[in-house]
Design a protein around this ligand. Structure first.
Ligand SMILES: Nc1ncnc2c1ncn2[C@@H]1O[C@H](COP(=O)(O)OP(=O)(O)OP(=O)(O)O)[C@@H](O)[C@H]1O
Ligand SMILES: [Mg+2]
Length: 404
């Protein structure tokens, strides 16, 4: 495998630097020669491994041409694990770095540094500014990190649009390596709900299977400036990153390569993954019945797609005709907005359904219903001329009898 992967996120502090460093280390243990590049002027990678005690040379010096050769910025921590720090000390250097990003010299430097490695991971700054765009231009793929906090749910439509935008505008050859959920705390019940919410709404192949759990030992490893695997009791904490490394390798191996497939499937016996799968299996079993009701309703009522949501806006199940990510993003953004306003609109109108146009051709219909004192909503997207209220009412009666 020869690949340059950027690690990005819309929100700060979700574990990009931690992932770059620990995933990089795990990948280096699989026989690949790995370089982790600090693409963030904050210099998180250098801090992760106390790089300053070894070298002052960083990308900024290579960009300014003060080094004998550009590859002098590469510092080997182990035989097949190297890092390149950003080396920024002065505020004005941040501007220089941004200009180098805009002019393409940062991209060229990264390509030069990458030449001697199998896998290059780039730790990006938060968001999608000039620097991140420049990094993505020279990447083969990107890992998108998210956490399972309420704020992330609200930004889901933007996340889907972002994936589309990056592919279309920044680098058409670049793939989404996958979305990775980080700092997942299974003791907080809303995190599991949010996780399932994402999985139900995003195309299946967006997500990588491995989830990085919350573990305070990452903080400890950061303080000690070592990969978590090298902590005295770090083997179990580093397991998720080892598995993530294997999953990424397996995904990139040719499909016929049994060795990688076997590795990853044997790794799925892990208790945490098993618990998660069982929960998902249960949901999808319950969901199939609801999904069937929605599918019938969509077919008879000339509806593109529909979803049943609880009061919090979490879907119980959804039925989507094969839609583009763009349509999915529009649907999801309308859905969140509509649910926020639904109660007040319905009260004012003294009705149990509302209809609103979402673009020139399509409208959204929301129908409210109660089961055992809990409120639910059935939302459907259909052409403006369709009149599916009758079909929706039939579906609601069936849903109530299943949920009651
Ligand atoms: N799985 C985890 N469990 C617990 N703490 C974690 C985990 N991953 C990272 N951390 C801690 O969370 C903090 C933020 O992590 P990190 O610096 O990797 O995020 P980031 O996305 O790179 O942030 P920024 O956007 O500022 O660059 C750090 O203190 C780190 O040690
Ligand atoms: Mg960082």
């Amino acid at each position: 495998m020869k690949k340059t992967i950027a690690i990005i996120s819309q929100k700060g502090g979700v574990g990009k630097t931690t992932t770059a460093f620990n995933l990089g280390y795990s990948l280096s243990l699989t026989g690949n020669k790995v370089l982790v590049i600090d693409g963030d002027p904050q210099g998180g990678v250098a801090l992760s491994c106390n790089l300053k005690t070894r070298t002052a040379k960083g990308l900024i010096h290579a960009l300014k041409g003060t080094l004998e050769k550009e590859t002098d910025v590469i510092e080997y921590l182990q035989d097949s694990f190297a890092v390149a720090g950003v080396g920024i000390e002065q505020p004005e250097d941040i501007l220089y770095f941004e200009e180098a990003a805009a002019s393409g010299t940062l991209g060229s430097l990264i390509q030069t540094l990458a030449a001697d490695f199998d896998i290059v991971l780039i730790d990006a700054p938060v968001g999608v500014g000039r620097i991140v765009k420049a990094l993505l231009e020279v990447c083969d793929s990107y890992l998108l990190l998210i956490n399972c906090k309420a704020g992330t749910v609200k930004s889901l439509p933007r996340l889907i649009k972002l994936a589309d935008y990056l592919k279309q505008s920044v680098n058409q050859d670049m793939e989404l390596e996958g979305i990775v959920t980080t700092m997942f705390d299974k003791t907080i019940s809303s995190e599991e709900k949010i996780f399932n919410h994402f999985k139900a709404r995003l195309p299946n192949d967006f997500f990588l299977d491995i989830v990085i759990p919350y573990d305070s030992r990452y903080e400890l490893a950061a303080i000690k400036a070592i990969p978590v695997a090298l902590l005295a009791d770090g083997t179990s904490t580093s397991e998720p990153y080892r598995k993530l490394a294997l999953e990424i390798l397996a995904k990139n191996e040719s499909k016929g390569d049994r060795k990688a497939d076997d590795l990853i499937s044997s790794d799925k016996s892990d208790g945490y993954q098993r618990a998660l799968k069982t929960e998902e299996d249960e949901n999808s079993f319950q969901g199939n019945i609801l999904g069937d009701i929605l599918a019938t309703m969509c077919e008879r009522g000339d509806i593109y797609g529909a979803v049943i949501a609880d009061e919090m806006g979490f879907s119980l199940d959804d039925y989507n005709s094969p839609v583009s990510t763009d349509a999915l993003a529009a649907f999801t953004s309308v859905l969140n907005d509509t649910l926020e306003k639904a109660d007040s609109i319905l009260d004012v109108q003294d009705a149990n359904n509302i209809q609103m146009d979402i673009n020139e051709n399509d409208k959204l219909i929301l129908q409210k219903f109660e089961v055992l004192n809990s409120t639910y909503y059935l939302l459907a997207v259909c052409p403006r001329e369709a009149e599916p209220i009758g079909e929706m009412s039939i579906a609601v009666s069936k849903i109530i009898s299943k949920l009651a």
